[in-house]
Design a binder for this molecule. Structure first.
Ligand code: B12
Ligand code: SF4
Length: 518
């Protein structure tokens, strides 16, 4: 039996390019490890490369972010027409299972550890159910991912989770819509995965890659005490590692020292905004804007490259704020952020439901699901004329991501790193600056309703006979809409379900689904 796991991807810069950065989706190696050891599993990372459309699958697991759901639906239809059974999971599937169900043979709500084995057995017994609901997280049930299946396609093949979820509840975050929860894996299990991964990869990748680890977490610092324990466990392994963390954790000098001495050299930290009103509106209470310079310097002095992103809030930000970004970036010591995007109300989040309830409509007319990527404006600006705001946005992108700005930043950072003897972070920073091709795309309006479609929309190689009727063709190929011509949210999107309670247990909605699915 041939099994595939596909992570569907559309370039959010709408240039049709694959993303070849260090951070790659890790659901493929995890699902593969939950299948029988002798199963013939192929991991397709659409983020990294185009799928091989000539392959055959009997069972195909599919995952995607919200904005890539159109691609996931197309991929499902393409392989269903060629005999595969498809199963979709992830945050969108979990929060809106009813929207997803028509496009897949089965939809999964929640974590994969308790569902993938069941799905496989039911498929073999020809008794696949349309809906599966995972049980609460059990760290012991998380297997060592099948790193070997992505060894040739990942800059850092040893990528895994040390935690799951995040204890914070930022209003815009997809995890808040999913249900805030936070789990820390026992450090000995993380060490087990690293050691087994090194054995799995030995001979498949150059030896220096065996020392590099990415923790594909949302917030590895969600519990500082447990993070210290993890650092203690990692120190003897002599690794170089990176992850994502929150501001409060890296503002603690003692913790930064421990991170550094355990080999941490790269962290993503969601700075989001220099506007205190925006931070308040986002419920991002763990950030302290005035401390940014100190935190950045503290991390650099300890050899840690910090990458941060900024979001423009449609609620609080105006042109003068957007135009002040280059100065504020300079003053904060961040200089060049990893991205500057828009605060996007991902469907199912509290931010989405707050805006959906507004009258007159807060969202823009004809917003498509693919626009909810953070890189298309889907909300009317409360403070500014949208055309003016977007003109300022383009100007700022041009300035912040110019070569001179990027290399100026690198020279300043490199001086600080090397003064403390850290040469590798200076190199990592140089590679990162070189990769930031975020100048404005002249073909885009950046506005829902008029933005250029992502080229991937047309790249699945369907045959004419792949569609039984015009109705089916449009069901699969038409982009999924979220708002109508007036900006009102379509009824199906108004009802989302949270899957988790802060304790990690299943919500009442999810438990009701277990009863229904059983
Ligand atoms: C790798 C990554 C990226 C990469 C690749 C993204 C891509 N599209 O391929 C890059 C760097 C490009 C990226 C970019 C962005 N990202 Co990103 N990224 C991640 C990251 C760090 C790791 C994902 C991962 O591998 N997780 C580990 C695997 C094992 O779990 P998982 O995929 O989360 O899935 C879990 C469940 O959903 C479920 N599941 C998922 N799929 C399936 C399928 C089946 C069949 C089953 C049974 C279960 C299941 O199982 C897992 C365990 O519970 C996550 C953070 C995180 N820790 O998840 C953010 C995350 C996915 N990104 C996020 C965001 C906001 C962004 C950006 C918008 C940021 C920005 N402003 O630029 C952009 C644009 C995203 C886009 N449209 O593509 C959000 C979610 C957004 C969303 N729509 O849901 C996350 C969750 C971070 C966060 N907390 O805000 N990202
Ligand atoms: S800190 Fe990050 S991962 Fe946690 S809720 Fe906020 S945005 Fe989401």
């Amino acid at each position: 039996m041939k099994i595939g796991v596909v992570f569907a991807y559309m370039d959010f810069h709408r240039k049709g390019q694959h993303h070849r950065g260090v951070l790659q989706p890790q659901i493929g190696p995890l699902i593969a490890a939950l299948l029988p050891a002798d199963a013939d599993v192929h991991v397709v990372n659409d983020t990294w490369e185009e799928p091989d459309w000539s392959r055959d699958y009997d069972l195909l697991f599919i995952s995607s972010l919200h904005s890539d759901f159109d691609r996931a639906r197309q991929i499902s239809h393409y392989w269903r027409r060629r005999g595969a059974t498809t199963v979709y999971g992830g945050i969108l599937a979990s929060t809106y299972p009813e929207i997803c169900r028509p496009f897949f043979d089965a939809v999964v709500v929640g974590d994969p550890e308790s569902t993938v084995g069941r799905i496989y057995r039911d498929f073999c017994d020809r008794s696949l159910q349309p809906l599966y609901v995972g049980e609460p997280y059990d760290p012991e049930a998380v297997p060592t991912p099948r790193f070997d299946l992505v060894a040739d396609r990942q800059v850092v093949p040893l990528a895994m989770e040390a935690t799951r979820g995040c204890p914070f509840s930022c209003e815009f975050c997809a995890l808040t819509g999913y249900g805030t929860r936070f789990h820390f894996r026992p450090p000995e299990l993380v060490v087990r995965d690293i050691r087994q991964g090194q054995e799995m990869l030995r001979g498949l990748v150059p030896d220096d890659k065996l020392r590099q680890v990415v923790f594909a977490d949302n917030n590895i610092g969600g519990n500082p005490k447990r993070l210290r324990q993890l650092c203690d466990a990692l120190r003897p392994l002599d690794l170089i590692w990176g992850s994502a963390i929150t501001f409060n954790a890296v503002s603690d000098l003692g913790l930064v020292e421990e991170l550094s001495s355990s080999g941490c050299r790269f962290l993503f930290m969601g700075l989001e905004s220099f506007n205190p009103e925006a931070i308040q509106d986002m419920h991002k209470y763990q950030n302290a804007i005035g401390e940014t310079r100190r935190v950045m310097d503290q991390c650099r002095d300890h050899g840690i490259v910090v990458v941060s992103g900024l979001m423009i809030s449609p609620i609080t930000d105006d042109c003068s704020y957007v135009e002040s970004l280059p100065r504020r970036l300079h003053e904060s010591g961040l200089h060049v952020p990893g991205f500057i995007c828009f605060e996007s109300p991902f469907p199912g989040t509290p931010f989405f439901h707050r805006l959906a309830a507004e009258d007159p409509p807060a969202l823009l007319p004809d917003a498509l699901l693919r626009d909810f990527s953070g890189y298309t404006m889907v909300v009317r600006s409360k403070r500014e004329d949208l055309d003016r705001l977007l003109a300022s946005y383009r100007e700022v992108l041009d300035e912040v991501y110019s070569w001179s700005s990027r290399w100026g930043k690198w020279l300043r950072d490199a001086a600080r790193f090397t003064r403390h003897g850290f040469w590798l972070p200076a190199l990592v920073d140089a590679v990162h600056m070189a990769s930031l091709a975020h100048r404005p795309n002249p073909e885009r309006t950046y506005l829902a309703g008029t933005d250029a479609p992502p080229p991937e929309t047309f790249s699945v190689p369907f045959d004419d006979d792949d569609f039984a009727s015009d109705e089916e063709r449009s069901l699969i190929l038409d982009p999924m809409a979220v708002t109508d011509g007036d900006g009102r949210v379509l009824p199906a999107w108004l009802e989302s379900q949270k899957v988790f309670l802060p304790t990690g247990n299943l919500s009442a909605d999810a438990r009701a689904m277990v009863a229904g699915a059983g």
